[in-house]
Design a binder for this molecule. Structure first.
Ligand code: AKG
Length: 235
């Protein structure tokens, strides 16, 4: 297993070379409990594996400002960085799924406006999304907050180091890369953080059903969108 990140100054190098970094002691237990209590109050649709568009929930938005998250974000993206997306992934025995190798390619946008380079327009839970040019995604930094321990058996994230440096990847290239590269499972205790580039190939298995796995997935950037396009939210 890859050694956990110790010094903050390692982060920029890790993001450039590997495309991810693991911080085992990111969020104090009390913060995990506070945000879990707030998330428990939000109704889930039946069989749903999480909740999108959570930046309007104050307990979620406030996590983005905690020094253990904001500090590394500023280190990589600069002091103008803001969060534009927060999603809860919640794997349980009742809502359980496998995610194959993929890159995170779409971003939430306030309104559909045709601008060159923005493709694959779609709607997710009432919010417009599009795939932006690769340069926009290269400026995005994801932080995954493991609200439960990420273990060998509860569907934790697995990544292919270095794959974020290859730009947009076709299905064939993804298949080839994953067959020839060593993967890393991102294990942490509850409160652990995984920083990653959205173009990094990642996947996850199902949970064994005995251990619930809740992850808050934030995305940050410091770029403005071109033309009249605007981010759906910014915190
Ligand atoms: O946390 C997971 O299981 C991975 C989810 C994911 O990467 C996605 O839905 O894009």
């Amino acid at each position: 297993m890859k050694p956990a990140l110790n010094a903050k100054s390692d982060l920029c190098t890790a993001m450039e070379t590997d495309g991810f970094a693991i911080v085992t002691n990111g969020l104090p237990e009390v913060e995990c409990a506070r945000v879990l209590a707030a998330l428990d109050l939000i109704p889930r649709g039946r069989g749903r594996g999480g909740i999108r568009h959570l930046l309007d929930v104050p307990e979620v938005a406030s996590l983005a400002a905690l020094p253990s998250i904001r500090g590394p974000i500023v280190e990589v993206l600069g002091s103008s960085a803001f969060a534009f997306k927060a999603t809860l992934f919640e794997k349980t025995a009742a809502a359980n799924w496998y995610v194959g190798w993929h890159q995170d390619l779409t971003i939430p946008i306030a309104q559909k406006i045709d601008v060159p380079g923005f493709t694959r327009w779609t709607e997710k839970d009432g919010v417009v999304h599009a795939q932006p040019p690769v340069g926009v995604l290269e400026n995005v930094l994801t932080v995954r907050v493991n609200l439960d321990a990420a273990t060998e058996v509860n569907g934790s994230l697995v990544v292919l180091p270095g794959s974020h440096r290859l730009g947009f990847l076709s299905d064939d290239k993804i298949d080839c890369f994953q067959k020839t590269s060593a993967s890393v499972r991102c294990l942490t205790p509850a409160g652990g953080l995984v920083f990653m580039r959205p173009l990094l190939l990642h996947s996850s298995a199902k949970t064994n059903g005995e251990q619930i796995r809740r992850v808050l997935h934030f995305e940050f950037t410091s770029v403005e969108l071109p033309g009249d396009l605007a981010w759906h939210r910014r915190v």
